[in-house]
Structure formats: C-alpha cells, structure tokens
Design a protein around this ligand. Structure first.
Ligand code: AMP
Length: 197
C-alpha cells in the first residue's frame, strides 16, 4: 500500500446537524487531529484563562466570537507539530472572513484544503431537534439554540458559497439518518472524491 494522502478537511454544517459527532469519527478513522474551535473555547473557559474570560459571555449567548480572536487561536493551533500531517476543522471557519484568513494561513504553510464537507439538514428538522432538546429545560437554553441557528444562517451559511466561488469543490452530504448511515456517506464521499487518487 502506498503512503496515505494527507487530509486537510473542513467540516461545515448547522448546529444540531450532528457535525461534531461526525467530525470526531472522521478524524479518528484517518488518525488526524480533530480541531474544534468551540471545544478550544470551552477548554479555555474551564481553565479560567484570559481567553476563557473574554469569550464566556459570548458562548453563553449563542453569538459568534469575534473573528480576530478565533483567528489568533487557530493560527497558533495550526503551527503545532501534529497538524503537519493533516487535520480536520470542526466549527471553523464560521464566517467568510475566517475562511479567507484560513486560505492565507494555509498559503503561508504551502498547504491546501483537500476536502470541504458540508452536512445538510433541513431547517425544519433542526428547529424540531432544538424544540425536543429544549423540553424540560430552561427557556434560555432554547433561546440560545435559536440564536446559534440564526448566527449560522446569517454568517456561516455564506461560507459554503465562498468555497464554491473560490473554486474549492464542496462535498455536500445528506445529514439525515442514523449516525452510521451519515458516517458511511461522508467516508464514501471523502475517499471516493478523486482528490485522493
Ligand atoms: P461549537 O462547539 O462549534 O458549536 O461552538 C460553540 C460556541 O463557540 C459557538 O456558539 C461560538 O460562540 C463559539 N465559536 C466556536 N467556533 C467559532 C468560530 N469559528 N467563530 C466564532 N465563534 C466560534
């Protein structure tokens, strides 16, 4: 068997689409670091760092952290040694600005994204999932979930278009079904996309 091709994957999709679960599975299957900016922020909050203090109220509200803050964090993470053989970004980029910065960061490193996976779930299904999860919970958790979805449509959905416009092929995957079904679709799309030949 030849040497496995380096995978540099971005996973896109709305909150509630199961993106985090699928991102973890895909990263694990290919032994590449799973980089979740949301997880990095939650870690900083848990550790009580300066960054954590800065972003806590923003995460609690369901809004997005300002681009400069996210970008500085991602720049540091990409410079770490474990990213040299590939990575999977989960929850980044979340704005067109972040996508532009990621492109220039990768250009500096003479690297390219190999796959952009866009997990699609209809908005009606997402709203229903939010409603179900909200049952028995405080109203504000519903409000935060709705806010996160609104931020997604306004600021993150245009990122897919950015990649299409800049000539990066988007792999659109149907996110409806069991975890295993969706996992299989993503795996088939990534491995069979021709980028690995
Ligand atoms: P996640 O775990 O990816 O859903 O992220 C949780 C929260 O962290 C989001 O609701 C945002 O407040 C913040 N966050 C994570 N990633 C980003 C990003 N790339 N840009 C801005 N805010 C982010």
């Amino acid at each position: 068997m030849g040497k496995a091709k380096v995978l540099r994957i971005v996973m896109l999709g709305p909150p509630g689409a199961g993106k985090g679960t699928q991102a973890l599975l895909l990263a694990k299957a290919h032994s590449i670091p799973h980089i979740s900016t949301g997880e990095m922020f939650r870690g900083a909050i848990r550790d009580g760092t300066e960054l954590g203090q800065k972003v806590k109220a923003i995460l609690d509200s369901g809004m997005l952290v300002p681009d400069e803050v996210v970008v500085a964090m991602v720049r540091g993470r990409l410079a770490q040694a474990d990213c040299s053989d590939g990575f999977l970004f989960d929850g980044y980029p979340r704005t067109v600005k972040q996508a532009e910065v990621l492109d220039s960061l990768l250009r500096e490193l003479t690297q390219d994204l190999t796959h952009i996976v866009d997990l699609k779930v209809p908005e009606s299904v997402l709203l229903e999932r939010i409603r179900k999860r909200g049952e028995g919970r405080a109203d504000d958790s519903m409000e935060v979930a709705a806010k996160r979805l609104k931020e997604y449509w306004e600021k993150t959905a245009p990122v897919s278009r950015y990649y299409v416009d800049t000539g990066t092929r988007l792999i659109v995957v149907d996110g409806l079904g069991t975890v295993e079904e969706v996992q299989r679709r993503i795996e088939d799309a990534v491995v069979g996309s021709g980028k690995l030949s």
